[in-house]
Design a protein around this ligand. Structure first.
Ligand code: ATR
Length: 301
């Protein structure tokens, strides 16, 4: 087998877990000649670096922040229908002189839910946040026909996004709003997907619940218990920390199913792997590599 090169472009990219995850997948399939590395690439250099990768004979690349949207401006890629609608590409495949673009993030989120035994069929989905991650996930579920509500700190953004998604998918059951109605939206939802930065970095000690207006005389815990009654799924796309404050607070009773972003990371990676190689990687090996890297990072903190 000839040498195959893969990688992730992003800025910053040094913390990316994709190299350990994909390397573990290649190893477990005996594809020792495949290498996957992280490359720091700025938006300004994106075009020339993708061209260089093509000339160097790369098979595939992942794109991460802040390049997923920028790639369209290079005019180098042929995006598939979904990534075009999402306006974001996280996977490039170099094949027959062409560069195809895909977005495996949202399907990764869907697969992560399915893997955890949470069927999404016909479920009312509440998406918190209206940024890039929210856009592809909302689009994916709206396309599948799920009723979708998007709430965001800045309500104009979620309303605009909902309109756009409704138009693109023909799903008339997509709505946007602010945090004021958050508790009622949580109550109505079967599945809640958290996509904002709350819970990570400088917001590590903040949860979405802290940002929703409490009913007079009620405590946050009571509100959470009341809204999550009846076997709901709460999914936070954040994977570092592995348990955000939002997930911790959601574990209010045994019948709430919680899920972090590790499996979404793994599943989006596995889908990209399949696009590039035509082979299904072992997702348990990939997950183990990610969890191990995360615990090492925690130890070194
Ligand atoms: P990503 O690509 O990861 O989704 P993004 O496009 O920058 O990132 O979107 C960030 C999301 O987190 C937005 O929904 C943002 O809300 P606003 O549209 O109101 O900015 C949300 N977010 C970021 N910081 C937040 C905070 N302190 N409180 C509430 N929401 C926040």
């Amino acid at each position: 087998m000839k040498q195959c090169r893969f990688g992730v472009f992003g800025f910053p990219v040094s913390h990316s877990l994709s190299p350990v995850m994909h390397s573990a997948a290649f190893k477990s399939l005996g594809m020792e000649k495949c290498e996957y590395e992280a490359y720091a690439v700025t938006p300004e250099n994106l075009k020339q670096e993708v061209q260089k990768a093509q000339e160097a004979g790369f098979t595939g690349l992942n794109l991460t922040i802040p390049l997923k949207e920028k790639i369209f401006e290079t005019g180098l890629i042929i995006p598939d229908e979904f990534s075009k609608k999402a306006g974001a590409v996280n996977t490039l495949h170099f094949k027959d002189g062409k560069i195809k673009g895909y977005n495996t993030d949202a399907e990764g989120a869907f697969k992560a839910l399915e893997e955890a035994g949470c069927s999404t069929d016909g479920k009312n989905i509440l998406i918190i946040g209206a940024g890039g991650a929210s856009k592809s996930i909302s689009l994916f579920f709206a396309k599948r026909g799920n009723p979708v509500k998007i709430i965001n700190r800045t309500d104009e953004k979620s309303k605009k996004l909902a309109e756009e998604i409704s138009e693109k998918t023909g799903n008339r059951n997509v709505f946007g709003g602010g945090f004021e109605t958050g508790w009622a939206d949580l109550k109505k939802a079967d599945m809640i997907i958290q996509t904002t930065e709350l819970g990570m970095g400088k917001y590590e000690n903040v949860s979405v619940y802290d940002r929703l207006p409490l009913e007079k005389g009620k405590k946050k815990e009571e509100m959470i218990r009341d809204c999550l009654r009846g076997g709901k799924t709460v999914f936070d796309v954040v994977y570092n920390p592995e348990e955000t404050k939002f997930l911790k607070e959601s574990k209010i009773s045994e019948d709430v199913k919680t899920l972090n972003g590790v499996m979404m990371l793994v599943c989006q990676g596995a889908l990209a792997f399949e696009i590039w190689t035509g082979k299904k990687p072992d997702i348990s090996v990939m997950k183990e590599a990610v969890t191990e890297a995360l615990s090492k990072e925690k130890e070194n903190q």
